[in-house]
Structures are given as C-alpha cells and as structure tokens.
Design a protein around this ligand. Structure first.
Ligand code: BG6
Length: 460
C-alpha cells in the first residue's frame, strides 16, 4: 500500500467567486452602479443584473458547499454596494448583507476570505476619475477597504486586495480598472499599475499596524510562460515576461520594491508612471503574509513573432503560441497540472511564505436535460490531477500551502458574462438570455469532491 500523503486537518478546501459574477441584485439594498451594471447582454453573453442571484440564495449555496465538505469560501465585497458612488456615504444595508453572508458561513464552519476588488469599479469613479488613473480613486479605495476591514476584522482573517493584480500590468488593465477614456498608452498602464500597488501597500500597512491576527496576501493570475524552443531568444523572452508580470509583483509584496529590471526599463523608456516623493516609503512597508494566485493554464511564447520594441508587458499579445503537447478546452485553455506544481514550488522556494492557490478549475459547456445528473468526468479529472500536483509540490518539493480553492464551483457567468462556460460542480439552471428557475443541481463532480474531502484529500 502506498503511504498516505496526509494534509494538515486545518487545510482549506473551498470555493472562490466575485460579486458581479454571483450576487445579482444590482439595484437592491442601496447598491450603487458599477461599471458592470451598465453593460448590456450580447449574442453570447448575459448582462450582469442577476448573475446567479446569490444575494437571495446564499443560504442554499453555502449548504451546498458544506455538503461537499468544504471549509472555506472566498467572496468579494462589492465596493459599490458599500459605497454607492465610490467615495461618499457608506451604505449600511450593504454592510448588513455581508454581515449576514459572513455569519452564515461561520455558522457552518466555513472560513471566509475577502477580496476587496474584482474589476467592478463604482461607475461614478470611472466617469469622474477615470478609475485608478487618479490618486483620488486610490484614496477612495483605501477608505472603503479600511471601513470593511475594521468592520469584519473580528470574523475574517484572510484578505486580498486586487484580484489578479498582475493583469493591471497588461493591456487587460484598460478593461478592469475603471479606465473609460485615454490613449491606452504604456504610460497609462504603468501609472494605473503603480496606483493599485500603492493602494495595496497602504491596506497591507493598515492591517499589520492594527490587527495582529489578520493575514493579507498578494494575488496573481499565474500563467507560467514556456519558451517555444530552446533558442536563447525564446528562453530570454519567456524569462523576461515572467519578471515583468510575476516577479515584479511578488518582489513588491515581499520586499517592498519593484524589480530592478522593470525599473531600468521605466528609466530607459522614460515612462511617466506618477512615482511621487513618499511612494518609496509606502511600498517599502509592505510585507505579504501569503502569496495567492489563480491558475487555469500555462502558455507558450514564440519570440520570433514579437516585433522589435514591444514592451515585455505586451509580449503575449504577439508571441502567444499553442502547446502541442497539451490537451485544451473548447476555449483553447490548455490543461497543465505540472505547471501548477511548478508555480507552487517555485513561489515557495523563492520566498518561503505560505502559498495559496485560490482559483483553479475548468470551463466546460454543459446542458441539463431537466432530470438526469450531469456526468462531468473531465472536470473530475482536471481537479484530481491538479490536487495531486499540488500534493506533489507539498510532499515531494517541500512547499507550504494553505489550501486549495476551486473557481465558480457553483456555476456562474464567465468573466465575459457567458453562462455557457461553466466551472461548477453544481449546475445553475439559466442560460445567457433565459433566467429559467436558477435551480441548483449537483453534478457528478459534486459527489466526487464530497467523497475526497471527507478524508481531507488523503486518497490523492
Ligand atoms: C479569473 C477571474 O481570471 O478567471 C474570474 O478572476 C474568471 O473572474 C476566471 O471568471 C475564469 O475565467 P473565465 O474567463 O473562464 O471566466
């Protein structure tokens, strides 16, 4: 009999979601509008007004998570539900909603984790301030965050600020930071990124100064980039993009300053990123307690396809290549459990603070016929292989890992609002343009998770 690889009893297993992909109730409970609330449905996406109606159905959904033997749930606190116009009055009704939600988790022995920003900028701040282009928005975000932290500190230990913070250092930044107008230049990208890092640093400092027991982590969208070949230029470019998109942030979270390679690039290119006197001191005070990340896939970079003078932040816009060694999903996301192990191991090797994968999963198109269970064997296999890879990182490579959270384990619309791309172990009965009855229906993977978590993942 092979030896059981036993995880600690307090290892976290759970689900991870954002507000706009779950809550709905876009105009209830005193919520202000966010940039998502004004986005219309398209041929292949829904609008964001109902999502999966979590606002009214969280008790049922928490029972479902508990039924899978999960003990953690990462939620987001929506800024525009707490501060409807982003920088004005606090909305007590919004705070009460999260009080009830968090109390409902705790009463089921589900540990909450809070994320403070997941791309849904209050509309008023997007329109007035152009989102995180402005330092006023940084101050407003820090004010909102402090209020939330003070209020929930007695019940919530684990905190993150920006979901997938490294996306703010790519062209995605223009979709996720409340940026409505501008030239989408490198200057703007770097400025917004720096502003969000300042906000993170201020919140990190606030937590450490005031609350001994709370933990704050950085959060990256971690996509390992493989060189297309062993040609030195492929290897060089793959290393360089990793430095810009990943190490640059982990260095800041842990050592309080950006990567020297990135700073030299800024200097050489004369990028104006609004680095002001005093910023160094703010960044320097950061000290992450853990490093968290989302992981879905790896990518391949072909340096020959990258034109001269393209900033490393944009390499993947040009050099992205298919990986012929890996299977991929309908959406072209390749399946790479070893890539997952590699990240966990290398982050821990580098920094020796706990690592926490807080989003993992596979998007699959599924249709429920109204009576039979959905047999999502591909999802079972995806999670099984990734959990095994994580256990390899722990038991073979010596990494310290706090837990494993799946993404959207009760179906939610994808990041583009597409209900056809489902991550859940529980089917939610709605489509992009028909809300149907929003019934929750466990899939085969639900029972698989339930059985492996009964034994804390010992079997894997
Ligand atoms: C992450 C985001 O990028 O990946 C989520 O934090 C998103 O918001 C998830 O839903 C999966 O991506 P997608 O596009 O398949 O929904």
């Amino acid at each position: 009999m092979p030896k059981v690889r036993r995880l600690p009893q307090d290892f976290f297993w759970g689900n991870s979601v954002s507000s706009m992909q779950t809550e709905g109730a876009w105009n209830e409970g005193g919520k202000g509008k966010s940039v998502y609330d004004v986005r219309d449905a398209t041929a292949d996406s829904s609008n964001w007004r109902v999502a999966i109606d979590e606002y009214h159905r969280y008790e049922e959904d928490l029972d479902l998570l508990k039924g899978m033997n999960m003990n953690m749930c990462r939620i987001q606190i929506s800024w525009s539900r707490i501060v409807p116009d982003g920088d004005g009055e606090f909305n007590e009704e919004g705070i009460s909603f999260y009080d009830n939600l968090i109390n409902a988790m705790i009463s089921r022995n589900i540990t909450p984790m809070i994320c403070l920003y997941h791309f849904d900028m209050p509309l008023a701040l997007a329109e007035k301030e152009n989102g995180f282009m402005s330092r006023h928005t940084v101050d407003a975000f820090v004010r909102f965050s402090k209020k939330v932290i003070e209020h929930f500190a007695d019940r919530v230990k684990y905190w993150i600020t920006f979901n997938e913070h490294n996306l703010y250092f790519t062209d995605e930044v223009f979709n996720i930071s409340g940026y409505l107008k501008g030239s989408k230049s490198l200057n703007d990208m770097y400025r917004i990124f720096h502003h969000t890092m300042l906000a993170h640093a201020k919140i990190d400092k606030f937590i450490h100064k005031n609350f001994d027991t709370l933990k704050i982590g950085g959060m990256l969208a971690y996509t390992p980039i493989y060189p297309e070949t062993s040609k030195p230029i492929d290897v060089y470019c793959a290393r360089k993009i990793d430095e810009f998109l990943n190490n640059n942030l982990t260095e800041a979270y842990i050592n309080g300053m950006y990567s020297s390679e990135v700073l030299q690039f800024i200097k050489n290119k004369k990028i104006n990123f609004d680095f002001q006197k005093g910023d160094f001191d703010i960044l320097n005070k950061m000290k992450a307690d853990f490093l968290s990340f989302s992981y879905y896939r790896s990518a391949v970079l072909n340096a020959d396809k990258i034109p001269n003078n393209v900033a490393p932040n944009r390499y993947l816009n040009y050099g992205f290549e298919d990986n012929r060694f890996l299977k991929k999903t309908e959406w072209g996301w390749n399946i790479d459990p070893l890539g997952f192990r590699n990240i966990i191991t290398s982050l821990y090797n580098q920094y020796h603070i706990p690592v926490f994968p807080i989003e993992n999963g596979i998007g699959i198109r599924e249709n429920w016929n109204g009576k039979d269970m959905i047999h999502d064997d591909q999802r079972i296999s995806y999670h099984r292989e990734h959990i095994k890879a994580m256990k390899d990182a722990i038991f073979l490579d010596g990494a310290k890992v706090l837990g494993y959270l799946g993404w959207g384990l009760i179906d939610i619309p994808s990041s583009h609002g597409d209900m056809e791309k489902r991550y859940g172990t529980v089917y939610v009965n709605r489509s992009n343009h028909d809300l149907k009855d929003l019934k929750r229906v466990p899939k085969k993977s639900y029972y698989w998770f339930k059985s492996i978590l009964e034994k804390n993942g010992d079997e894997l």
